[in-house]
Write a protein that binds this ligand. Sequence first.
Ligand SMILES: CC(C)(COP(=O)(O)OP(=O)(O)OC[C@H]1O[C@@H](n2cnc3c(N)ncnc32)[C@H](O)[C@@H]1OP(=O)(O)O)[C@@H](O)C(=O)NCCC(=O)NCCS
Length: 161
Amino acid sequence: MKSGIGLKTADIRLVPVTRTNRPLVTALELAPDQMDFVASNAESLEEAETDEDARPRVVMAGTRVVGFLMYEAPRDDDEARIYRFMIDRASQGRGYGKAALREVLDEIQGLGHVRHVSICYEPDNEAARNLYRSAGFVEEGLDEDGEMIAILALQAQADEP
Ligand SMILES: CC(C)(COP(=O)(O)OP(=O)(O)OC[C@H]1O[C@@H](n2cnc3c(N)ncnc32)[C@H](O)[C@@H]1OP(=O)(O)O)[C@@H](O)C(=O)NCCC(=O)NCCS
């Protein structure tokens, strides 16, 4: 179905996982050569059930479920970590990933206690590298598992007048 084509990226928003949208999230697909870049959404949702820090979010384009991401931002830490991020293969390349990243960064900033956001990706994942770099993430180097870590320093919130 092509009804989503032409949606403005302003129509991208994040919503919590519900009993209704969950099957749509687990049905989202990646291209075969992208499957190694991120855990399956079914695995991530299962993981989220036993991890109270996990904040899973569904990426909506209008009324369509087009992607999924997950992050954590523990209250006692000034660093948040985005550790799952995917847009369904049929909806990639339309600016939805960029808009969803903007939304999650806004959400994280709104929590109030986070100063840095980290993200990690396979070093050969060009799409992820470009997406995160364009949002201001700076590569720090490889972790012990050979994944690239990139960090974004959030702008300090303006003080209340
Ligand atoms: C990475 C991903 C989320 C990007 O989502 P998307 O909706 O296709 O991305 P957008 O259309 O918003 O593009 C945003 C930017 O990403 C980069 N990008 C997206 N697809 C790209 C590709 N195939 N090759 C190179 N750069 C690409 C570009 O810089 C683009 O900005 P531009 O269009 O201004 O040049 C998506 O490709 C995906 O789900 N990949 C598989 C899972 C994955 O790798 N997740 C990240 C693991 S942490």
